[in-house]
Design a protein around this ligand. Structure first.
Ligand code: ATP
Length: 783
């Protein structure tokens, strides 16, 4: 196969383009043949292992590991089927380089690179080279494909000395980019690997360490960049990240589903996508609550409130407590005894549940001394004729007797009941439920909060339904309470060692079955043994069931991730940041957001204020300045709202014109709003072909307007977690955050603004969701 490019001059003549397409088709077909071969090999090896039967438990387990490795490999190869190869670089000297989703090498002895992974350094000029700084690249070609067929090529000549006209803009691969951003939306986010722009590439490939803030207006590709950065980091720092994993936090489940296809299409699956509400294992925090309540729960002072609530559960009785240890004997615990014990225990500084043991020892000692005093005192101690012990010795019991008494007291139900009352072992749920369920408990622990805010936190004790804003509080509580998990962890470690032994065996099997083209070279298609080391393989295999790093991380509250990416980060409260920082002790983070879009009342007003408590000023910021989603005409409308939020804020620069002016229509009779809306929905559905329409409404009017639209128009999605693949979706601003549609109808903008103290930011978000068309329906003010 020739690795030299076909026509090297830019030529727009159709017959020349047809020749170029034919040339690229040959190359691309060869790549697909190679992909098929690699997949067949992996499948055959998997079948070979599956055919083996019997053997010891260990051998069966090793076979499971090997099967899972090959399955992983097959899945990766399947995932890159669409758009496998999308570009070509022609350097000033040397052969052309084809760029694609993964690296592929020729099966011959030289192992020529047939396709370079987009994340490899050799692919970087595809995204960065410009006419001004061509970095040794003469021409960049975007190769368009549909399934396995090459449908077109777009060339950019970077060597201006060749006499060809230079690019008209500073965009990379402008034709392909514009085709991508104007295509109909599908309700699922796609990857941008073919058209990453230079400012985005710099963020994607930024170093792993430290906190990187990516600030950018709506539609600048922050989410896309965050996801591609995850893929890049996993590729470049695979060794470091494969065992600790990468966490991506998004604002809600609908959004996570919207972005969930991007990483698999980049052949990366080892990432945990979660909302904040998912981050306390065992709790599904999906209940709703007023924004004001969530705001109070998000304040940093809640950490002090919870610490006080824990201390309040370490009680000192007002009056002496009677403890009937048996039918005849009742002991007594005075306030001063308990208080002295409590002080000694608190001074040791252990978390509440872990300190209970020491408190028990202290109290049992005090009670044992009391009991010994009663039963062990010699009634005849002063009587020279009484008993045969030494006169004058008041104590009949030795140390062994006292130890026995303490053992018995510790098991005594009345003593245990007293201990549970004075220093109860608590779960985070019990602590928080007890605090929010009692005005008295709130008054005591949350005295730093104004009475009105305490009233907002008060709720009925049962049934307990957790909200996303509760999750950071549960996590904080769990930290304060501590979990005595030494036994569990020791057992886990034993199990882990056993699994490593199995996995090492499995890797031996895999190595033995590698064919020559996987050996002794830096294969870009990674062999199973490259993708996985024994440690990681062991991590994934528990008791016959495969668990990925992401699955294990999801189940472990104390998991420390290798890297954490936070999307729509401006929405997170101070308490939420505390949780995320605990999950990322290395502080290797990418924080993505736009402070102008902050909707949550507890959300961020500035990145410095958010990060200062954790990293002081040791964080860096990158800015994205071009909006790929929002066309110029729509951005002009949104810019007016942005100026109302803060005249100092700059809207992003739109990358294109839509050619359609947004409209803003008054509905004189507000009662007619649903009917007018239905008319406009029908008109927009007709206008967008196979695209998607988003109808954004005030939360207070969601039910009425959604019901009206759903009754009149087919294929409408509404609800807590709407299906974005439907043609029409009716939703509120918080639900629409991060999403996009071909056309958007903002209904009752004044209602949106008046609903929240951050209403203008909400309106800004609503107005910037469309890729093509925007309409505003404005009911006249009632009365
Ligand atoms: N380089 C690119 N090539 C093609 N499409 C792109 C590129 N960058 C961004 N896009 C597209 O632009 C749209 C907006 O991107 P994205 O949702 O990541 O923006 P955002 O900055 O997160 O927006 P918001 O702040 O509104 O959530 C998406 O459809 C995305 O695929």
């Amino acid at each position: 196969m020739s690795r030299q490019s076909g026509g090297t001059e830019l030529d727009s003549r159709p017959d020349s383009e047809a020749a170029e397409i034919a040339h690229e088709q040959t190359y691309v077909s060869n790549l697909y043949d190679r992909l098929d071969d690699l997949r067949d090999q992996a499948e055959q090896r998997r079948s070979g292992v599956l055919r083996q039967t019997g053997g010891t438990q260990q051998e069966r387990s090793q076979r499971d590991s090997t099967v899972a490795m090959y399955t992983d490999q097959v899945e990766r190869l399947n995932a890159v089927e669409n758009g496998l190869c999308f570009g070509r670089l022609d350097p000033d000297d040397g052969p052309s380089r084809y760029i694609g989703r993964i690296g592929i090498f020729a099966p011959d002895v030289d192992h020529e690179p047939l396709l370079v992974d987009w994340r490899a350094p050799a692919a970087r000029p595809f995204y960065l080279a410009t006419a001004a700084a061509p970095t040794g690249i003469r021409r960049r070609r975007h190769i368009r494909t549909r399934f396995r067929t090459v449908t077109g090529v777009d060339d950019e000549v970077l060597d201006l000395s060749a006499g060809a006209p230079g690019p008209a803009s500073d965009l990379t691969g402008e034709a392909s980019l514009l085709a991508a951003v104007t295509a109909s939306r599908t309700g699922r986010m796609g990857d941008i690997v073919q058209t990453i722009q230079a400012e985005q590439d710099r963020v994607i490939r930024a170093d792993l360490g430290g906190v990187l803030v990516v600030q950018g207006g709506p539609g600048t590709g922050k989410t896309a960049v965050a996801l591609h950065r995850a893929a890049y980091l996993l590729y470049t720092y695979r060794q470091q990240l494969s065992t600790r994993g990468v966490l991506i936090v998004g604002p809600n489940t609908t959004f996570l589903r919207y972005i969930s296809h991007v990483l698999p299409s980049l052949a990366e699956t080892g990432v945990l996508l979660a909302t904040l509400g998912d981050l306390f294992p065992g709790v599904r925090a999906t209940a709703a609550e007023p924004a004001e309540v969530a705001e109070v729960k998000g304040r940093a002072v809640l950490a002090d409130v919870l610490a006080a609530a824990v201390r309040d559960r370490q009680r000192v009785p007002d009056r002496p407590m009677a403890i009937p240890v048996d039918e005849d004997v009742t002991l007594e615990l005075t306030g001063s005894t308990v208080e002295a014990a409590r002080e000694r225990v608190r001074r040791a500084g252990r978390p509440h549940n872990l300190a209970r043991e020491q408190f028990e020892v202290e109290i049992v000692h005090a009670l044992a001394a009391q009991l010994a005093e009663r039963i062990g005192t010699d009634p005849y101690a002063d009587d020279p004729l009484g008993g045969n012990d030494a006169p004058g010795d008041p104590q009949l019991l030795g140390e062994a007797d006292l130890a026995e008494i303490r053992r018995e007291l510790r098991a005594n139900p009345a003593v245990r009941a007293a201990l549970d009352e004075l220093w109860p072992v608590l779960t985070a749920q019990q602590l928080l439920g007890g605090l929010f369920g009692s005005a008295e408990a709130l008054d005591s622990a949350a005295s730093a909060l104004p009475a009105g805010d305490r009233a907002l936190l008060l709720r009925s004790a049962a049934p307990q339904e957790w909200t996303p804003a509760d999750v950071p509080l549960l996590d904080e509580a769990a930290e304060l309470l501590g979990e005595d998990d030494r036994a569990r962890r020791a057992a886990q470690e034993r199990e882990r060692r056993r699994r490593i032994a199995y996995a090492e065996g499995a890797l031996e099997i895999a190595k033995g079955s590698e064919s020559y083209e996987f050996e002794d070279q830096e294969s870009e298609i990674l062999a199973a043994t490259d993708l996985i080391d024994a440690d990681r393989l062991a991590d994934r295999h528990t008791g016959g069931e495969w668990l990925s790093t992401a699955q294990r991380a999801a189940a472990d509250r104390q998991w420390a991730f290798g890297h954490v990416i936070v999307d729509e980060a401006q929405e997170l409260s101070a308490m939420a940041w505390r949780l995320l920082m605990r999950r990322c002790p290395s502080r290797s983070m990418t924080v993505v957001g736009d402070v102008a879009q902050t909707g949550a009342l507890a959300g961020a007003a500035s990145w410095a204020a958010v990060l200062e408590p954790y990293v002081a000023d040791r964080w860096r910021q990158a800015e994205l300045t071009v909006s790929y989603r929002t066309p110029r005409e729509i951005m002009a409308v949104a810019a007016k709202v942005l100026a109302d939020i803060d005249p100092a804020l700059e809207p992003p620069r739109a990358v294109r014109d839509a050619g359609v002016e947004p409209w803003d229509r008054l509905v004189p009779d507000p009662a007619e709003l649903p009917d007018r809306l239905i008319e406009q929905v029908r008109a927009e559905v007709a206008a967008i072909g196979d695209g998607r329409l988003g109808v954004i409404v005030p939360a207070a009017d969601l039910d009425r307007l959604a019901a009206a639209v759903a009754a009149a128009v087919p294929d409408v999605a509404v609800g807590n977690d709407p299906d974005l693949v439907r043609r029409v979706v009716v939703l509120t601003v918080p639900q629409a955050k991060g999403l996009e549609f071909d056309s958007v109808l903002v209904t009752d903008p004044d209602g949106v603004v008046s609903e929240s103290r951050r209403g203008l930011s909400d309106l800004y978000v609503a107005l910037t969701r469309a890729t093509q068309r925007l309409g505003v329906l404005r009911p006249a003010a009632a009365g």
